[in-house]
Write a protein that binds this ligand. Structure first.
Ligand SMILES: [Ca+2]
Ligand SMILES: [Ca+2]
Ligand SMILES: [Ca+2]
Ligand SMILES: [Ca+2]
Length: 314
């Protein structure tokens, strides 16, 4: 019996020690709660995602944001693609921000596993009890938006140049002259063709092929140097294996072409996550609350999304 009492006393001391340590960490939280302007990671499937940030420097801490909204992207590693109005979400129900400290290093896959790992142990946890999250998404800066091999600045981006007048500006148009041959194909100079401005100009008229609707200068638009059965000019070859649209002496044409190259380009999005009137409540201790009028949780860079741009003037 005496032994038991001693044991209880011992446990009591241990318990006090733990509480004391926790209080210390509580103090640290308030002064070092500083994830501002950090790049976030994302996990999750469909339109239910977890945004998170892990800090293993000096203190083991994480901040995570569980969110579910039909306004979010369905794609993996993509948060949002809507560059119009920001997405506004209330921190209620399944939308929740959690700040935690731990007793050891937090692995990078901590938030991505099906079952949360048993270690490290959570020391303190603050959960949101109010606030509004605003997700603002923009298209990230690119040097060659349409990845056709010509820099956007050289495709008249600032002036909105649209050579074929289909409503898609050249810097976003994978077929600038609308002849159904991709710009990336037209600028590849396979042979001794003349050049204009450094790019292939087969008929030597001073207009490079990628901007010239009649590349071989035979009077038949490249787009029509096809057959009904095969309407892709890039795969209609003459007997010598040269595409007919590049052969001055091949003038066969089909003029009811309905083949159109799908204008699919990779678009990368960047979302900034701002929180207004955030209130975090300690789930243990004395249940204290931390409030922020505005708080920038950080930003997320989505992986590239294959995006089809529809011509407004086909
Ligand atoms: Ca380009
Ligand atoms: Ca265009
Ligand atoms: Ca073209
Ligand atoms: Ca031609």
């Amino acid at each position: 019996m005496l032994k038991m009492i001693t044991m209880y006393r011992y446990l009591g001391v241990l318990f006090l020690l733990v509480v004391f340590t926790s209080c210390n960490d509580g103090d640290i939280i308030v002064t070092s709660f500083d994830f501002e302007n950090q790049e976030l990671s994302v996990c999750g499937e469909g339109t239910s995602k977890v945004l998170y940030n892990i800090n293993n420097e000096n203190i083991f801490e994480t901040i995570s944001f569980t969110l579910s909204s039909s306004q979010l992207s369905n794609l993996e590693n993509v948060l949002a693609t809507n560059t119009g109005q920001p997405i506004s979400l209330q921190l209620t129900g399944s939308n929740e921000i959690i700040y935690r400290t731990y007793d050891g290093t937090v692995p990078t896959n901590y938030f991505c596993g099906v079952i949360p790992p048993s270690s490290p142990k959570v020391k303190e946890e603050f959960k949101s009890v109010g606030g509004t999250v605003v997700i603002s998404t923009i298209v990230r800066d690119e040097t060659d938006h349409d990845k056709d091999g010509i820099l956007s600045v050289d495709e008249g981006m600032s002036a909105g140049l649209d050579t074929d007048g289909d409503g898609i500006p050249d810097y976003l148009d994978i077929d600038d002259d609308g002849d159904n041959v991709k710009t990336s194909v037209e600028i590849a100079n396979a042979g001794d063709d003349p050049t204009a401005g450094g790019y292939r100009d087969t008929d030597g008229d001073g207009i490079p092929n990628y901007l010239d609707p009649d590349d071989d200068g035979d009077g038949v638009p490249s787009k029509l140097e096809v057959t009904q059965a095969n309407q892709d000019p890039a795969s209609n070859f003459n007997e010598g294996g040269i595409p007919k649209y590049l052969d001055l002496f091949s003038t066969d044409s089909f003029d009811e072409v309905d083949f159109v190259i799908e204008n699919k380009i990779p678009v990368r999005f960047r979302s900034s996550i701002d929180i207004q009137n955030l209130k975090l409540k300690n789930q243990g201790g004395d249940g204290e609350e931390i409030s922020f009028t505005t708080y920038n949780l950080g930003f997320f860079n989505s992986t590239a999304v294959e995006t089809i741009l529809q011509p407004s003037n086909p």
